[in-house]
Write a protein that binds this ligand. Structure first.
Ligand code: R1P
Ligand code: URA
Length: 290
């Protein structure tokens, strides 16, 4: 049993992990991550009771119950670098014994759902609709800091993606899959497709304000990608990192995003708050009854 030093696993005076400021007892086995810290209360207002409320930096956590199901909702802030912190700390809370600083002999597999916002890359996936990501393709590099492997299907999709987008060499895309056990519960009312995760909102998602793009064709290439039944449905800034790290750590992950902008038809949602509220209530209803 190897001991994890204080410099590697930072536990504060409350016995809570450093960034999230949550103790192992305060975390539920079902976790909903949201990017926006304000969205935590928007989710937990639907709980029958909230028993824990914590906040440190952009990481807000509320833990409570919907019926008999104990659920934590945690804000990640924006981007894959924040996901590195959140997913590693969620796993540490579940699977490291804080008193001995050793990995527990019996590991817990968390269910981790992201409820986020994203941009559609298909004209047929309109604003205010929902996407359950079958896979995350990351153009952000996070997973390359960890030893990882892909299954045959993932390898084939990634090979075709690299050939089609010509990104390899400039970037190093990676792929990770949703938990199929969770994905199959999110069929009715959700589009399925590959979610691409970008390391930024502007240039990396093809938005031009004052700067020119190094790869102006990228968005079109993503929209046109086809491999068997696989298409790229949407892009945002967290999914591939959650899928990649979550799977390596043995957790079951599913990313659910509401479309707030359609980058093909150039539509933008008329009421973003209502769109987010509707994906929260629909998703929470399925999670609570699963
Ligand atoms: C960008 O505006 C943010 O919105 C999306 C992106 O992934 C990024 O985090 O998700 P959230 O609404 O969950 O933050
Ligand atoms: N979030 C993103 O990252 N991109 C969008 O277009 C909308 C939300």
């Amino acid at each position: 049993m190897s001991f994890i030093a204080e410099s590697e696993l930072i536990i504060n005076s409350r016995g809570a992990i450093y960034h999230l400021d949550v103790t192992p007892e305060e975390l539920a086995p079902v976790v909903i991550t949201v990017g926006d810290p304000d969205r935590v209360a928007q989710v937990s207002k639907h709980f029958d009771r909230v028993e824990v409320k914590r906040q440190h930096r952009e990481f807000i956590t509320h833990t409570g119950y919907v019926g008999n199901k104990r659920i934590s909702v945690v804000s990640t802030g924006i981007g894959p670098d924040n996901i590195d912190i959140v997913v590693n700390e969620l796993d540490a809370l579940a699977n490291i014994d804080f008193s001995t600083r050793t990995i527990k002999p019996e590991l817990t597999s968390l269910q981790i759902f992201r409820i986020g916002t994203s941009g559609s890359l298909q004209a047929s996936i309109p604003v205010d609709s929902f996407v359950a990501g079958t896979h995350g393709i990351g153009i952000d590099n996070l997973l390359h800091y960890y030893r990882h492997e892909n299954n045959d299907e993932e390898k084939l999709i990634l090979r075709e993606f690299n050939a089609h987008t010509q990104l390899e060499g400039r970037l190093s895309p990676y792929i990770a899959s949703a938990a199929t056990s969770l994905l199959k519960q999110f069929v009715t009312g959700y589009h399925n497709g590959i979610t691409v995760t970008c390391p930024g909102f502007y240039g990396p998602q093809g938005r031009i304000l004052r700067l020119g793009l190094a790869n102006p064709e990228l968005i079109n290439r993503l929209t046109e990608f086809e491999y068997g039944n696989h298409r790229i449905s949407n892009f945002e800034m967290e999914t591939s990192a959650i899928y990649g790290l979550g799977k390596l750590l043995g957790h079951q992950c599913l990313s659910l995003n509401v479309i707030v902008a359609n980058r093909v038809t150039k539509q933008f949602t008329k009421d973003g708050a209502a769109a987010v509220e509707s994906i929260i209530t629909k998703t929470l209803g399925i999670i609570a009854h699963s």
